[in-house]
Design a protein around this ligand. Sequence first.
Ligand SMILES: Nc1nc2c(ncn2[C@@H]2O[C@H](COP(=O)(O)OP(=O)(O)OP(=O)(O)O)[C@@H](O)[C@H]2O)c(=O)[nH]1
Ligand SMILES: [Mg+2]
Length: 324
Amino acid sequence: MFDLLKKKLKDSISTIQSKILRKEEEIPKKAEEAGGKVQKPSSILSHRVTEEDISSIYSGIKESLIDNNVALSVLEEIHADLKEELTGESVSIINSRQRIEDAIKRSISKVIISEKKEKFMEMVKSKKPYIILFIGVNGVGKTTTIAKVASLLKKEGLKPVVSASDTFRAASIEQLELHCRKLNVDLVKHSYGADPAAVAYDAINHAKSTGADAVLIDTAGRSDMNKNLIEELAKVKKVSKPDLTIFVGDALTGNDLVSQAKIFNEKVGFDMSIVAKADVDKKGGAVLSLSYVTKKPILFIGTGQGYDDLATLDPEKTAKFILE
Ligand SMILES: Nc1nc2c(ncn2[C@@H]2O[C@H](COP(=O)(O)OP(=O)(O)OP(=O)(O)O)[C@@H](O)[C@H]2O)c(=O)[nH]1
Ligand SMILES: [Mg+2]
């Protein structure tokens, strides 16, 4: 993740740094030509960053950010941050790289909104049963993510129940059954073609009668363009009245991730996101843009296919990682 972004940012910074160096070398040369004393002025050691420098830094990194699926609004925010932080600042040959990298790092960490695992656990423990609805396009990793979250809740000493509300895709119920058996978690299911909202309703009642702590509702993946399926999802939400709705996205879908999230938020509504398959995404820009564009925090990122492959996204660490 972020491999390409990291490389291109480094290249851009090097180019800018060498420009500053060249400019500084010209100062004594010009002084000599003018018959002046060839004395190293203090400006040789420092350079006041101009708007032009910022434009040059920005156009260098812009291309790489676009290549890495970073959304336009995020680019604009980064540009504005760089202008505000660096214009008029005095940088030296020695610290210019650091200053530019720090400014970009600060801006990147600012655009990522993430949720802490502790806060999530607090939320889940605040109500019994705590109902979580998982939504998203097909194949993004919803079912696997539910198994991971069920495993996490169990580790935290809670008892989750899973609702097999994907009654649409072939083998979806068997897939969940396998996970639930491995994790020793109750699964509430109906047959294929059944009303997904009715399954969720039964799962909630099962949780209430067995004293379970949380209900995790799986849903059929649906194209964001399919009006009927989106309406069906809205019905599941209306019936199950979730305490938390989580949008699951696939990091590999790049810019589509952000546009899918926008549509799901508009048509169904969600509170947080989980981005699956971050381990196989070499770009990372979609993860970077998602929370900024939707204004919803990222709860976890999926980092593999195992039950423990769920990580929190630390904005500062992520920004640092991009640039180091
Ligand atoms: N590498 C990796 N693979 C993942 C991750 N999350 C899910 N997958 C894989 O992605 C594929 C699809 O995952 P599912 O959980 O079935 O996706 P879904 O959204 O439930 O799919 P539908 O039910 O068909 O809509 C599976 O092969 C998962 O193992 C992840 O974080 N990293
Ligand atoms: Mg599924």
